[in-house]
Ligand binder design. Structure first.
Ligand code: NAD
Length: 302
């Protein structure tokens, strides 16, 4: 029998990623503070454990996908954290928790002889389901040789560096672009709509031209024009990612002229629609201030 893997944090990303490990034939021990999230994975063949420490007494490799840096720290190093488990050898963080936290956790785990794999992911819920995420791994070469093949179950694995924090740095650069693309595309599409253009025609033109990006190619058609606002990523998490980026850039002495403005609009959106709202709601805030709704008059260009 293969050695069990532990998986903690079975949310929008963690649920489907844990499912991919089950599909790949791994034995999974799982934990989440939400019982319904645990039940869904148990229904697919995973075993439930009552705490992170209990997971770490059943499995040598523990993978987590958790919302904030403080929660990752608590699950790793807290009283009932994985450090209290008897079997844990490696801790893999798929969350976006920032380079400072990655370094802090890596150092604390190293003292206890536990390996740390800094490994945030990109590609959204659809990528998590399909196993097509970009997986940005930073850890020593020997650890990568062990963990890299395992992570191929969830996507394309990149070894971006050997030091904890570099995976997170890569992810923050990526997510600044995601956050900026959506914010700026929202302003541009609302502006064109108010001026009299059809937003669907605008998207068709932009996607055939040089302005195309991840928001115009995917988010508008799936969650904004249909007014479902359910793309699958929380406004509070997007705001957290941009704030972490700004912190890192400031510390490095890199200008944040544009990133600072992007942070402001995400902070405003989180205040207006709540941190748990879907991040596509950013469009509704801009619509409300502009006094116009992005309503297509035509069908998408096939
Ligand atoms: P989510 O809120 O849907 O999932 C987080 C899960 O963690 C929830 O099931 C929650 O119950 C659980 N949790 C919270 N506190 C816990 C604790 N103390 N112990 C155990 N479980 C706990 O969030 P998500 O969208 O799945 O994102 C998870 C991480 O992945 C975040 O760091 C996010 O920034 C990152 N991320 C998200 C996306 C996306 O598109 N949603 C894409 C890439 C990366």
């Amino acid at each position: 029998m293969t050695e069990a893997i532990g998986f903690i944090g079975l949310g929008k990303m963690g649920g489907p990623m844990a499912g991919r490990f089950l599909d790949a034939g791994h034995t999974l021990v799982v934990y989440d503070v939400r019982e319904e999230a645990v039940a869904a994975l148990v229904g697919r063949g995973a075993t439930a454990a009552p705490s992170p420490a209990a997971v770490a007494s059943e499995a040598g490799t523990i993978i987590v996908s958790l919302p904030t840096p403080d929660i990752v720290k608590d699950v790793a190093l807290g009283r009932n954290g994985i450090v209290a488990g008897g079997k844990v050898k490696n801790f893999v963080d798929l969350s976006t928790s920032g380079p400072d936290m990655a370094r802090e956790i890596a150092a604390a785990l190293a003292v206890r002889g536990i390996g740390f794999v800094d490994s945030p992911v990109s590609g959204g819920v659809a990528g998590a389901r399909a196993g097509t995420l970009a997986v940005m791994v930073a850890c020593p070469d020997e650890l990568f040789a062990e963990i890299g093949p395992l992570l191929e179950a969830i996507g394309i694995v990149f070894h971006v560096g050997t030091e904890a924090g570099l995976g997170q740095t890569m992810k923050l650069a990526n997510n600044l672009l995601t956050a900026s693309a959506l914010a700026l595309s929202a302003e541009a599409i609302v502006m064109g709509t108010k001026a009299g253009l059809d937003p669907q025609i605008m998207l068709d033109v932009i996607n055939a031209g040089s302005g195309r990006n991840s928001a115009t190619q995917d988010k508008f058609s799936r969650a904004i024009l249909p007014r479902s606002f359910d793309f699958g990523f929380a406004t509070g998490l997007m705001q957290k990612d941009v704030a972490l980026y700004v912190q890192v850039a400031r510390k490095l002495g890199v200008p944040i002229d544009v990133a600072g403005a992007v942070e402001t609009i995400w902070t405003k959106t989180a205040a207006e629609f709540g941190r748990d709202s879907d991040f596509t709601n950013i469009v509704r805030g801009i619509e409300q201030r502009a006094g116009v709704e992005v309503k297509p008059k035509t069908k998408p260009n096939p």
